[in-house]
Write a protein that binds this ligand. Structure first.
Ligand code: NAD
Length: 395
């Protein structure tokens, strides 16, 4: 097993992200080292999509190190990512007898990671969380950086990630063997976040050569990425975690004043994406049975909107938008979608993010190859062009 390690060094807290096939095997001993001898319980929140043998392996490994475990299962969806689920898990934690030196462990995709992370952030005002991401999206994005939380439903509208806390993990273990059972659609969704990282790679203030080269590296390796070659995927995960860690180290809490945009840059494609993500009956394939869009599909479409908006506003060359569409197309992600509602109503839905940001709608727009900028209150005419650029009309 060759393991890659990315260090996340934050002023408040430092932790490792361990990446590689079989990495899960080291969780027990690492947990004992990090949690200390007084710790005796680990509450495992397991995604039912993860093959059971990985749960058994973890339970045995932790028990060899003297931990008692209790497993709670979650079948993830955006509709169960809510406060009721948090409450149920907190009740389980009390029944299990967890104390402040004990830990929560998330074994699952981004939904389980966000839920388990928020449970850990809330229980007795904060207990350690170990993130063991099991989807590509959660490996390259959700498990690193400490954002945790759930959605809120208000008047029938789902407000994504409206409630939550920053709670950095004590350890992240990305065992890429877990990706073997992931279906193609979920793999592609993870690749959307990798493309997002590539599109911002030269705006990350650290100017690290490896990070700056992410876009070129992905373009060069597009075939083996698209065919999910295991060694390429390990490298892809490590490179993307490295970039995400660097952004987080420069701006732990998404400050509006962060140098070069900081964490907010990671929202590239998301403001547009959030507006279409939860629309009923809309799917990337055009088949209503595949609706709604998955997060990664919405982000892919959102990035296309942002690129076209940027071109319309004269902020970047058409070639940047073309390159994005080529990359998305090569890995099977959508660049257009049928059945979208009126553009005005989508702009209004984007306003959900505006309210969250204190009244000004901030969008991340490309300014060149691998470069993006944050634009406050962008000219609406550009946003309209952006949204209309992803419409597919039935023949
Ligand atoms: N906290 C953050 O910084 C952050 C960043 C990006 C996204 N997110 C959140 O992440 C969520 C999306 O995460 P996701 O894309 O991982 O989706 P997900 O958690 O819904 O998982 C997708 C599907 O894959 C299944 N699955 C998980 N692991 C598997 C495995 N190893 N084999 C087979 N199937 C498996 C799950 O059961 C589920 O059906 C969203 O809620 C989003 O808001 C959070």
């Amino acid at each position: 097993m060759s393991e890659r390690i990315v260090d996340v060094d934050l002023a408040s807290h430092a932790y490792e992200v361990r990446i590689g096939r079989g990495a899960l095997g080291g969780v027990g001993s690492a947990a004992r080292l990090l949690l200390g001898q007084r710790s005796s319980r680990v509450l495992i929140v397991r995604d039912t999509g993860v093959p059971e043998r990985f749960e058994q392996m973890l339970v045995e490994d932790l028990s060899r190190e003297g931990f008692e475990t209790h497993v709670c299962e979650i079948t993830p969806s955006e509709s169960i990512k809510n406060m009721e689920t948090i409450r149920d898990l907190l009740v389980e934690a009390v029944r299990f007898g967890m104390t402040r030196v004990d830990a929560v462990l998330a074994l699952g995709g981004g939904v389980v990671g966000d839920i388990a992370g928020y449970v850990a952030a809330s229980y007795q005002r904060g207990v350690p969380v170990i993130q063991c991401p099991s989807t590509l999206l959660s490996m390259v994005d959700a498990s690193v950086g400490g954002k945790t939380g759930v959605n809120l439903s208000v008047n029938g509208d789902l407000y994504k990630n409206m409630v939550g806390a920053f709670h950095q993990p004590t350890l992240v273990v990305a065992d890429t063997e877990l990706l073997d059972s992931l279906d193609d659609r979920q793999r592609r969704c993870g690749l959307a976040e990798c493309v997002k990282h590539a599109m911002i790679c030269k705006s990350v203030p650290d100017e690290d050569e490896v990070h700056c080269a992410l876009l070129d590296w992905m373009v060069t390796h597009l075939d083996s990425i698209a065919s999910f070659d295991p060694d390429t995927i390990d490298q892809l995960v490590a490179r993307n975690v490295g970039l995400k860690a660097s952004v987080v180290m420069g701006d732990e809490r998404e400050s509006p004043d962060a140098k070069s945009g900081g964490r907010m840059l990671l929202n590239f494609g998301h403001t547009f994406g959030h507006a279409i993500e939860t629309l009923e009956g809309i799917s990337a394939s055009g088949d209503p049975a595949d609706a709604p869009l998955h997060h990664g599909e919405a982000v892919a479409l959102g990035m296309c909107c942002a690129c076209s908006a940027s071109v319309a506003l004269g902020m970047c060359a058409e070639s940047v938008a073309d390159r994005l569409r080529e990359m998305l197309g090569a890995v099977g992600l959508p660049t257009r979608v049928a059945g979208l509602p009126g553009t005005g109503s989508l702009i209004e839905r984007m306003g959900h993010d505006k309210k969250a940001a204190g009244g000004s709608l901030r969008v991340i727009l490309p300014t060149g190859s691998g470069k993006c900028s944050i634009v406050s209150d962008a000219d609406e005419s550009g946003l309209l062009v952006g949204i209309d650029s992803i419409r597919a009309f039935a023949p």
